[in-house]
Design a binder for this molecule. Structure first.
Ligand code: MMA
Ligand code: CA
Length: 156
């Protein structure tokens, strides 16, 4: 083998080794895999289903991620639970699985005048057409699971 061929083959193999894989039924964006549910569940049950699939309810951290999810969801015309909740303390929004707080500098994309805690019973946030609304956590909605794409896994 010529040195050039060796280098090119090595790069190809390295590329494959580093490339991420998402299971069937999951789509890839950034360093995550996403699954858009076919069923509807309350938000806590949705999170349990995501955990059962080795993931968690989606945590949206950037406008790029939000736009990607909205584009994928557009064809599905549904509202999807995210992992965002203020069920522990009213008006303190945090990502259920990582425990990260939504702060004034965090990416957020609420519908106008949301979150409004309508009926004082809205502690979970769904995404619909790219914007977020707080709604009762017991509502049965579709949901988006997220998990790491495995590309940063340490092997060996
Ligand atoms: C309206 C608005 C929301 C609220 C839902 C409840 C459709 O949006 O008042 O803030 O969460 O109703 O269904
Ligand atoms: Ca609301």
């Amino acid at each position: 083998m010529s040195p050039l061929t060796t280098v090119l083959l090595s790069l190809l193999l390295l590329g494959f080794a580093a490339s991420s894989n998402c299971p069937d039924g999951w789509v890839h964006f950034g360093t995550s895999c996403y699954h858009f549910s076919h069923d509807t569940e309350s938000m806590p049950v949705a999170d349990l289903v995501c955990q059962h699939l080795d993931g968690h309810l989606v945590e949206i951290e950037s406008s790029e991620e939000n736009t990607y999810l909205a584009s994928k969801a557009a064809a599905l015309k549904a509202s999807f639970w995210t992992g965002l909740s203020d069920m522990q303390q009213e008006s303190v929004w945090l990502w259920y699985d990582s425990g990260r707080h939504l702060t004034s500098t965090s990416f957020q994309h609420w519908f106008p005048n949301e979150p409004n805690n309508a009926g004082m019973d809205e502690n979970c946030a769904y995404i619909s057409s790219g914007s977020w609304n707080d709604a009762p956590c017991h509502l049965a909605l579709h949901y988006i699971c997220e998990k790491d794409d495995g590309s940063s896994e340490i092997v060996g």
